[in-house]
Design a protein around this ligand. Sequence first.
Ligand code: SF4
Length: 429
Amino acid sequence: MATASTPATGPTPAAGPVTWPRRPTKQIMVGKVPVGGGAPVTVQSMTITKTADVEATLEQIYALHAAGADIVRCTCNDRAAAEGLARIVPRSPVPLVADIHFHVEMALAALDAGVQCLRLNPGNLRKAEEIKLVARECRDRGVPVRIGVNAGSLDPRLYEKYGGATPDALVESAQIELALFAEVGFDDVKISVKASNVPLMIEAYRRLSEVTDHPLHLGVTEAGPPPAGTIKATAGIATLLAEGIGDTIRYSLTADPVEEAKAGRQLLEALGLRERKNVDLIACPSCGRAEIDVYKVAQEAMAAFEERKLPIQVAVMGCVVNGPGEAKSADLGIAAGKHRGHLFIRGHIVRVVPEDQMVSALVEEAERLVAEGIEARLAAADQGAEAEAEADRAALLDLRGDDANNSETRVELIDKRLEKPPDPQPPAE
Ligand code: SF4
């Protein structure tokens, strides 16, 4: 029987009973988006279009925004890109950061274009006078800078001093840049110390967080294609976020940047650091008791929910014997009975539907749940649904018994084997 639980009044919040204290940082404003100082952790990504191609770049910025990006970076590597930015900035739904690579003129041109933040790589722009010139311009225009240190393009002088791109070398690179900014009275700054090596990146950020209270931008650089790249980036970013370190994040994947924005958003939702925006789909791993192809139904449900912004947790469970009970904390779920789907809300069966309508019924109920609330949908439950579910459950138990995975038969086998005296060893030659 489905396990009863006290229904709550609304969908599950992203944050659960466990939260981590965040490291206090100063707050900067990237356009209208606050970074640090207790603001929600933000998601960033970067366009891969030619910035000079205004329409293509804007299309990508809109797609990134829809996928969860709060801030987007564009390359500003030549005059055409800077001119493109001037046309893109007023039409962008999110603040833009210009990556100016090696040229001081590009930093100034990006500021003229109206970007809301600059990214400076201390390994690329190295002349103190040029760095101070950019900092003065940013100070006067109220535009923040990300000091973007990268292990792969570390200033050779630091590489030599430390014998490689060590955590301390990355931190010192950021501190040198900060000191140059301080000479002209500028500290509207966030910092990143990225590396493609995850332990190096984690340690560099830990050390950096001990010596500065500027907001930190987290990332594992050149993480590579998914899924390995996503795992690598998650290992680095999630470890630090769980330690309270990090104010804004970027997944650097060799993939459509929309995947980066989605991954960033999903990570923050999973850690309870941002309110849930999309369905959190959970599914049982399936087992010998499953009455449906759980993988297939879960994939179909995932695809059906992809474009719908429903901030609830939805479960797909392979059987009605254990499904509703195991997933009773989900806002909504479906479990397979005897050729039927059992819809449940917080563990309570509310409707029984034909097997081929499981996904469509799940989507329909999810939309109504978000529109009407959990209590209203529980009150609208089909009379008799619980009894039908119980009948299916009893029939499945009769059919397969409690031991659908043959565990007890296997245990008996092991018992018999171990009771048997071991075979005598052949005599030594
Ligand atoms: S017992 Fe049912 S719900 Fe649990 S894993 Fe097996 S099929 Fe899924």
